[in-house]
Write a protein that binds this ligand. Structure first.
Ligand SMILES: Cc1cc2nc3c(=O)[nH]c(=O)nc-3n(C[C@H](O)[C@H](O)[C@H](O)COP(=O)(O)O)c2cc1C
Length: 211
């Protein structure tokens, strides 16, 4: 049992292939807290995920407060990993915010004219869409960062439990998030106190064909 917080635990210990082999959902955690600086670094790296137009619509709320975690668990059909983990990350996707921030998202290596034109054409593409269409599109981008987050956490010695079993409207109300945002997942995170199920996947032959 670990007794204190240690950032040594979160040193990167492998590469993506190793993390993919090892990662599994974990729902029991030690009580050890995770350093805020480690969580911030994890989320910075998750944000290295690519997205169309470099739009980066993902946003994160890190919930560590015991009372708030209990309320979050209640909004997630009582899933206990939220209460057991030292932190649960509420990942949300906000295209309204992303559209506003497009000038910041454009690559600085591009000439200014091209950046301005890029922002214009990007905003024009979404102007004719409904809020729901826009948020669906953004949610697909945000799921790329979710995959990054799960693998990166594993490579930093942290266990996770991604969840879609929650009531989005309740989670939004609890955290004061705008109505239009989408929530790709809640992710409980901490130091593992169980192994989790042995990974079980369809054989690659079922998934892949070469032509
Ligand atoms: C987007 C997403 C949502 C999930 N939702 C839940 C959930 O609400 N509750 C839960 O216990 N597990 C949930 N899981 C965990 C999956 O059941 C698990 O990833 C899958 O069975 C594969 O097992 P593994 O993660 O241990 O490899 C979710 C996983 C993902 C990726």
């Amino acid at each position: 049992m670990r007794t204190n917080v240690s950032s040594i635990e979160t040193t990167v210990i492998g590469h993506a292939a190793e993390a993919a082999e090892r990662r599994r959902s974990v729902r029991q955690y030690e009580s050890t807290a995770i350093l805020d600086s480690d969580l911030r670094e994890l989320l910075r790296l998750a944000g290295r995920a690519p997205s169309a137009y470099n739009v980066q619509p993902w946003r994160f709320v890190v919930v560590q407060d015991a009372e708030l975690k209990a309320q979050l668990s209640a909004a997630a059909y009582g899933q206990q990993q939220i209460v057991r983990a030292p932190a649960t990350i509420v990942m949300y996707s906000d295209m309204e915010s992303a559209l506003e921030r497009m000038p910041d998202s454009m690559h600085p290596d591009m000439p200014q004219e091209k950046r301005d034109a890029g922002v214009e054409s990007f905003r024009a593409q979404f102007a004719s869409q409904t809020v729901e269409e826009r948020e669906n599109w953004g949610n697909a981008q945000s799921n790329i960062a979710l995959g990054y987050l799960l693998l990166l956490a594993e490579s930093m010695g942290l266990a996770t439990s991604p969840m879609l079993g929650f009531e989005p409207e309740k989670v939004k109300a609890l955290l004061g998030l705008p109505a239009h945002v989408r929530i790709p997942a809640l992710i409980s995170i901490g130091y593992a106190a169980e192994e989790g199920f042995r990974p079980h996947r369809l054989p690659v032959e079922t998934l892949v064909e070469f032509r």
